[in-house]
Design a binder for this molecule. Sequence first.
Ligand SMILES: NC(=O)c1ccc[n+]([C@@H]2O[C@H](COP(=O)([O-])OP(=O)(O)OC[C@H]3O[C@@H](n4cnc5c(N)ncnc54)[C@H](OP(=O)(O)O)[C@@H]3O)[C@@H](O)[C@H]2O)c1
Length: 344
Amino acid sequence: MGYSVAVVGATGNVGREMLGVLAERAFPAAEMVALASRRSQGVEVSYGERTLKVKALEHFDFAGVDICLMSAGSAVSKEWSPKIAAAGAVVIDNSSCWRYDADVPLVVPEVNAEAAAGFRKRGIIANPNCSTAQLVVALKPLHDRARIRRVVVATYQSVSGAGKEAMEELFSQTKSVFQIDEIVPKKFPKRIAFNVIPQIDVFIEDGYTREEWKMVVETKKILDPKIKLVATCVRVPVFIGHSEAVNIEFENPITAEEAREVLRNAPGCIVIDKRESGGYVTPYESAGEDATYISRIREDATVENGLALWIVSDNLRKGAALNAIQIAECLVKRKLITAKQKAA
Ligand SMILES: NC(=O)c1ccc[n+]([C@@H]2O[C@H](COP(=O)([O-])OP(=O)(O)OC[C@H]3O[C@@H](n4cnc5c(N)ncnc54)[C@H](OP(=O)(O)O)[C@@H]3O)[C@@H](O)[C@H]2O)c1
């Protein structure tokens, strides 16, 4: 016996990855349903060796569903997650809709798996923003070792983080450059092909963008409210894989060698740091992988107890689909949910 699982947004970047990760990890599913908008009804999506026909969310009855993995954006989540939770399923949501709600746990299993138990108030668990997920996986073991005071991060985020239409925009603009065609940005505020854009999401009053604000608030909620963080989030013409240049100030001394050792033994982290040409990980190499890769670990002599490092991960996996499925696995492993079919 297994769980009845629904994936909402199954035709999207994250939804497709979710179905792939569920199959790869042999998630104990007795039933798997793929849902999207009415536009996609009947479209076929892969689930391991199987093909599923997509159903329309608006006509679906969630009564028998145990776990609903949502990745259809905030507006859809705002309307549907409470209804799905009321039907008795646990919703694991990828949008930003519920992340900052005090009654909704925000979970990265390597960091705060125990928080998942708090899902009962609303029946919803939130998955963090992609750039936060990989950051906290690397920060957690360092925080445990030397207490982080302040983090300065610059991100280099791939276009897949903005959805499937954004990937198409990079592809078509790149072709247009070679064909000397006119480029008219649609999804991004400026041309993304052969360019970088220092804006992700909308601007807020203090001059930061909402993506930058999300990294601050989510790191505090997941890891430690005392950590100060400042971010500059940048979109780069990479299809998959987010990178981050990170400077960290600690309360206690920690050398680069100690940090390397701590990170080598940390869950979800792989250290590749050869201090030679090519001896680090780039986003291209992280695509399709589960790990958060840490490279370029060095001491920052401009502050007391400072380190600088480079973090790379597949944003569709650790930043979204994989993390959501790790949360579902956590619910199963900790016996926080029971399969309805088994209970019947
Ligand atoms: N990409 C990332 O790295 C990442 C990381 C963390 C979180 N997220 C979040 O995950 C969510 C999905 O992102 P994505 O990159 O997968 O976007 P995407 O590629 O644009 O896919 C969006 C999905 O939502 C579905 N959808 C849209 N409107 C719907 C409706 N009214 N009813 C049912 N389904 C609807 C779409 O179905 P149709 O094909 O039928 O339109 C599609 O399956 C977003 O909230 C995003 O912020 C993404």
